[in-house]
Design a protein around this ligand. Structure first.
Ligand SMILES: O=C1C=c2cc(C(=O)O)[nH]c2=CC1=O
Length: 503
């Protein structure tokens, strides 16, 4: 969440986090090299929706001003917390050369590519994040018991990915002995769902590129819309097969069977007001299609569900929440039917894929601990990108106000640093973010109007054919039986009269 060098007692008290890029000396944001300058942070103050009634009680409000109010603003294509790197999609000393990576279907990777991807994830699980650290206490307690020992920790690259998701979904602590407030979610159940998870993935991809020193590294995706009840990526060469001994565990042939999860101590967070730290606890649990209490989540989404949600025209609809009707965002997130109609009992697409996993990957505060999360979300993001390509929306369709807290267009997404707004991710990826998806999309199903029109036309054609056939049959029979056709006879005489009058 914050650069290591900013979280000293002095740094926090100053409210300024404007580090110097590597290779320069005491030059906040590389200002003298023309890279950027240290500026006050603009935090969205437009009203949020009524779902959150506890203004003033949560560190994540008006992110990130509870912690810092000055940050680097980088010039041109320079980017990063110290303006020492390039914006996504650019490279070179001056960040003026375009680059792009290709995100591919994980099932279509070669055996070597699969091995390299699994190994890169495992390396990320064990490599300490080079720049960022996490807060382990709320701001109220962040200076420590002596007021001078700031409460931040190192965390590995993959666990940082898990932690940021946890932090964005955690409840609002309202005080010891009081129930924490759970009706808040800075990354789900609102328009920010797509933009937040897009940035979340971009950050992991960039951290892994840096770790591997391979700027071409791209996260693959899992096409989860294959129907049926088989998890095709749950094999030992990919995300881990099922253990032969325990339905809920991973095979020991998979490296992921030795991964341990973080952020499990929900009870402590909610009652003591602590925050998840980097401590790892139990193994990943997963039992795809095994939720016997909810048959509805024993099957994966169907290909036509993807085709249907891509046809929903409106990005999001009031109240911009998990109850939104005819909203593309709510359809792909999976709180409404893929066709857009809201129904409280429905779980589709993204939500259905999570719940299908039935274990760590199905619990919002824990789900990224299961590496399937990465592949599930790259596919969700690929659908989002295809929707942006097909519908070319103006950024004005993204709600500016009254979305749930965290989800307004100009809100800085929690808990990312440097600040990045939702709308910055509401752009097509190939042109603006330096990645593309190699994907084919299922043919679009017919709409109800199209089905009715086709049925009527087909019925008319059928009637015409039957009529023509029966007329022919009657004539043929008449000829066979030696009768004069009645109409034919009349026409004959009428024709004769006409001919006579002309003559
Ligand atoms: O990790 C997640 C788990 C989820 C479960 C649901 C649900 O619809 O009940 N939704 C989820 C989203 C997640 O991100």
């Amino acid at each position: 969440q914050f650069p290591r060098e900013c979280v000293t007692p002095e740094g926090l008290r100053s409210g300024q986090c404007c580090p110097t890029p590597p290779g320069l000396d005491n030059d906040p944001c590389g200002a003298s090299a023309g890279r950027g300058q240290c500026v006050p942070i603009a935090a969205d103050s437009r009203p949020h929706g009524p779902q959150y009634p506890h203004d003033g009680r949560d560190d994540r409000e008006r992110w990130p001003v509870r912690f810092f109010n000055r940050t680097c603003q980088c010039n041109g294509n320079f980017s990063g917390f110290n303006c020492g790197r390039c914006r996504h999609g650019f490279t070179g000393d001056n960040c003026d050369e375009r680059v792009s990576v290709v995100r591919r279907n994980v099932m279509q990777l070669s055996a070597d590519e699969k091995r390299a991807f699994v190994s890169a994830l495992d390396q990320a699980k064990r490599t300490v994040h080079p720049d960022l650290v996490i807060a382990t206490r709320r701001y109220e307690e962040v200076f420590g018991p002596d007021g001078n020992t700031t409460q931040f920790e190192n965390i590995t690259i993959y666990n940082y990915f898990v932690w940021t998701h946890y932090y964005s979904v955690s409840k609002t602590f309202l005080g010891a002995g009081q129930a924490s407030f759970g009706g808040v979610d800075f990354s789900h159940e609102g328009p920010g769902f797509l933009t937040w998870h897009r940035f979340h993935l971009l950050q992991l991809e960039q951290d892994m590129q840096d770790m591997l020193q391979n700027p071409s590294f791209a996260l693959p995706y899992w096409n989860f819309a294959i129907g049926g009840s088989t998890c095709d990526i749950c094999t030992d060469d990919l995300m881990g097969a099922r253990s032969s001994f325990d339905m809920n565990s991973l095979s020991t042939n998979s490296v992921f069977s030795s991964w341990r999860v973080i952020c499990e101590s929900v009870e402590d967070y909610d009652t003591l007001g602590t925050i998840c730290n980097s401590t790892e606890s139990s193994p990943i649990r997963r039992n795809p299609a095994g939720n016997v209490n909810r048959p509805m989540v024993q099957r994966l989404p169907e290909p036509q569900d993807v085709a249907a949600c891509l046809q929903v025209n409106t990005f999001d609809t009031p109240p911009y929440y998990s109850t939104s009707d005819e909203s593309f965002r709510n359809s792909i997130e999976g709180y409404s039917a893929p066709q857009g109609n809201y129904d409280p009992v429905v779980r589709s697409l993204h939500n259905l894929a999570h719940l299908f996993l039935n274990g760590t990957g199905g619990q919002t505060h824990l789900s990224p601990n299961d590496p399937i999360f990465v592949l599930l979300h790259t596919f969700t993001d690929a659908i989002f990108d295809e929707w942006l390509r097909r519908h070319s929306p103006d950024s004005a369709v993204y709600p500016e106000a009254n979305a749930p807290i965290g989800h307004n267009r100009g809100y800085n997404m929690v808990p990312f640093w440097p600040p990045v707004t939702n709308v910055e991710m509401f752009v097509t990826a190939p042109d603006n973010l330096g990645y593309t998806y190699e994907a084919e999309w299922p043919a679009q199903p017919f709409t109800m109007t199209e089905i009715i029109t086709i049925t009527i036309v087909a019925a008319l054609v059928l009637v015409a054919i039957v009529f023509a056939a029966s007329t022919c049959a009657v004539r043929a029979r008449s000829r066979r039986e030696g009768h004069q056709p009645l109409l034919g006879d009349q026409y004959q005489r009428y024709d004769d009269e006409k001919n006579q009058s002309v003559v």
